[in-house]
Ligand binder design. Structure first.
Ligand SMILES: C[S@@+](CC[C@H](N)C(=O)[O-])C[C@H]1O[C@@H](n2cnc3c(N)ncnc32)[C@H](O)[C@@H]1O
Length: 290
């Protein structure tokens, strides 16, 4: 019996369960410890891959239901066949590992690991997560395991970008060992990702479904009311390659919303560059960042 008793999971080996050669498989200890902790009545696994969850379930005497494209079940078009109080899911990490390769190269249009843009992946993942939530009985849990992804130097936080269905009950960090990215040597300040997230969502009501999602948008700070003069002046100095005369600051910021709404905006700029420790006077009426 090994109940989870800390929010960091660290397993140096994956245990005896499942297929160690199945790419992106998870340690059986994760599922083992989840089952010991929550003791569900009916264990369902979505994205069951190489059979890690199936082997753990068998060992512990569960008649688990283990669903994956590789055993003919499609998360996007098929239903979860039973209602459950515990569903573990471990989806593909976008298209980092292509699971077509694990099915003798058999293409499936609904494979979440197909090459697709990130927004499409998140949309599909949301669809599956909603389906999992719907299959839970009240009080039931969805334990969701996934990592973050870096592509072309950009960092993607899947747990942040996907929709959350249900109430977040736990957020555990799982340490990852022997990752491909940790073995490569990268220049610069690149930090290899060596953790995954295990989120546990709980269904708390029959009709009421808590939903949380992230909205992404960019704003030109010059168009904002809720911005400080300090931030605007700092931006202007950066745009002016690090050194700015007052006349250049005026020209750069005259169309900003704050300037338009304040008839004394030039006085304000002079006051801020004089009073804020962020700005350094390097010549008469000329400023740099401190
Ligand atoms: C990260 S792996 C799961 C690994 C598993 N936990 C293990 O230990 O072996 C993700 C799985 O998602 C499956 N998958 C991708 N798209 C799917 C879909 N539309 N329906 C069902 N399974 C899908 C892949 O076949 C792959 O086995």
């Amino acid at each position: 019996m090994s109940k989870l008793n800390a929010s960091i999971m660290s397993y140096k080996n994956r245990g005896k369960w499942g297929d160690y050669s199945y790419r992106g498989n998870c340690s059986g200890h994760v599922i083992n410890d989840l089952l010991d902790t929550f003791k569900p009545n009916r264990f369902v696994e979505v994205f069951s891959g190489g059979g890690t969850g199936r082997d753990v379930a068998r060992d512990k005497g569960y008649k688990g239901i283990h669903l994956d494209l590789n055993n003919g079940w499609d998360a996007l078009s098929d239903e979860i066949p039973v209602a459950s109080d515990f569903i573990f899911s471990h989806p593909p990490y976008w298209d980092i590992i292509k699971y077509k390769d694990m099915r003798n190269n058999q293409y499936d249009a609904n494979d979440l690991s197909n090459k697709m843009n990130y927004e499409e992946f998140i949309q599909k993942l949301d669809k599956v997560n909603k389906k999992i939530y719907d299959a839970l009985i009240v009080g039931g849990r969805h334990a969701f395991l996934i990592g973050d992804v870096r592509k072309s130097k950009k960092y993607y936080s899947i747990i942040k970008d996907m929709t959350w269905f249900g109430e977040l009950e736990e957020h555990l960090i799982k340490e990852q060992f022997n990752t491909v990215s940790a073995k490569k040597s990268y220049g610069g300040s690149f930090i290899p990702i060596s953790h995954e997230h295990l989120l546990i969502f709980k269904k708390t009501g029959i009709w009421n479904m808590p939903i949380k999602f992230t909205k992404n948008f960019d704003k030109d700070i010059r168009e904002l009311d809720q911005i400080t003069w300090k931030a605007l002046i700092q931006g202007a100095i950066e745009e002016l390659n690090g050194t700015a005369k007052l006349s250049e600051l005026y020209a750069t910021l005259q169309d900003s919303k704050k300037a338009q709404k304040n008839e004394h905006w030039k006085e304000k700029i002079r006051q801020i560059v004089r009073d804020s420790t962020v700005f350094l006077r390097v010549d008469v009426g000329t400023y740099q960042l401190q």
